[in-house]
Write a protein that binds this ligand. Structure first.
Ligand SMILES: *Cc1c(COP(=O)(O)O)cnc(C)c1O
Length: 348
């Protein structure tokens, strides 16, 4: 499959902006090429446009070549760039499987790209048959999210593979929460799927949401297209520096992930004995989706207790559901106490 034939014609023809740092990549004594202020500070120089040091370290950790990595201002940047690279405005479309992360739809709509939406099955897995019925040559991208936000479950690996193999466009698999899952995700199998793009982020397990950095993994051809159309200096120097430091603390990250998973179990356990809680969906992420009586009232009650959760009750298949992030032990205790006191306040 020639994925580059899917790229928009104007993007294929585009001659990208070339930075001073693209033209000379070596080391020199005097840099008079980029109109920077010469007086040294941590930030007087432009950052590396291709974040090479960072990618080398990520390549080592993820076990894939650096030229198969794209870094962006959050994985949200990669979502936007993928749509702009492959979808002709007012002509092409993307397919999403709802309920899911809201940015796929928003990015498509901003770019005047049609969104075809298929519901997940009642147990939140892929409804492959309905998806395939919607596919036609205008559909350039399918967005899948596994573990899915806001439902927390992994999609069936077999269904992801089958869809990726049969689809004549690009499958974008968002693995923002894969560190919290029992399965390892698709990065190690990327070479088998030339039309697969995997998204991961530093915002969740790595604890760096404030720095705004996300990753896309794909064939070097697809990564080349993303690099061609991104802002030249899309990841700033302090972010590059701080993320590189963090990448030397994998052990701490893993310990935090294990702690969050243990808390996930505990919170699930405690809340499942509460009478107004109807269902706690099994989670492979750092949040749980909970169905209850009168979610909106519970949501308001929690706000009054100064606890903020995410009201998903208006979302497809999520009637009366709240999505609750797993916090610290202390925070989770406060959450559970609030649920208990609300239960006591209800007249049955
Ligand atoms: C949080 C989240 C992201 C992360 O986006 P960033 O821009 O990297 O912070 C991506 N996808 C999903 C499904 C998410 O929930």
């Amino acid at each position: 499959m020639d994925v580059l034939s899917l790229v928009r014609e104007n993007i294929k023809r585009l001659k990208p902006y070339s930075t001073a740092r693209d033209e000379f990549m070596g080391v020199a004594d005097v840099y008079l090429d980029a109109n920077e202020n010469p007086f040294p500070s941590n930030y007087n120089r432009y950052p590396d446009p291709l974040q090479r040091k960072l990618k080398d370290k990520i390549a080592e950790i993820k076990g894939l070549p650096a030229d198969q990595i794209f870094l962006g201002n959050g994985s949200d940047e990669a979502i936007d760039l993928l749509i702009r690279a492959f979808c002709e405005p007012s002509r092409d479309s993307i397919l999403i499987t709802e309920p899911t992360y809201g940015m796929y739809r928003v990015c498509a709509e901003i770019n005047d790209v049609t969104v075809k939406s298929i519901l997940l099955t009642p147990d939140f897995d892929l409804d492959t048959e309905s998806v395939e019925k919607q596919l036609n040559p205008s559909v350039k991208l399918i967005f899948l999210c596994s573990p899915n936000n806001p439902t927390g479950n992994l999609l069936s690996k077999k269904k992801i593979v089958e869809l990726t193999q049969s689809f004549k466009g690009i499958v974008v698999l968002d693995e923002a929460y894969i560190d919290f899952a029992d399965e390892s995700g698709f990065v190690s199998q990327l070479a088998s799927y030339p039309n697969l793009v995997i998204l991961q982020t530093f915002s969740k397990a790595w604890g760096l949401a404030g720095l705004r950095i996300g990753m896309a993994f794909a064939s070097k051809e697809i990564i080349g297209v993303l690099n061609k159309i991104k802002y030249p200096y899309n990841v700033n120097s302090s972010t590059q520096h701080l993320v590189l430091e963090k990448l030397h603390q994998v052990k701490e990250k893993n310990e935090q992930v294990e702690g969050i998973k243990a808390e996930r179990l505990k919170v699930t356990d405690e809340l499942s004995s509460i009478r107004f809680v109807k269902k706690i969906y099994p989670s492979q992420a750092n949040f749980i989706l909970i169905k209850m009586n009168q979610a909106k009232a519970v949501y308001q009650y929690l706000i009054n207790e100064r606890i903020i959760v995410r009201d998903r009750s208006a979302v497809a298949l999520c009637d009366d559901c709240l999505r609750i992030t797993i916090g610290t032990q202390e925070e989770n205790k406060l959450l559970i106490q609030a649920f208990i006191s609300y239960e006591k306040s209800i007249v049955y």
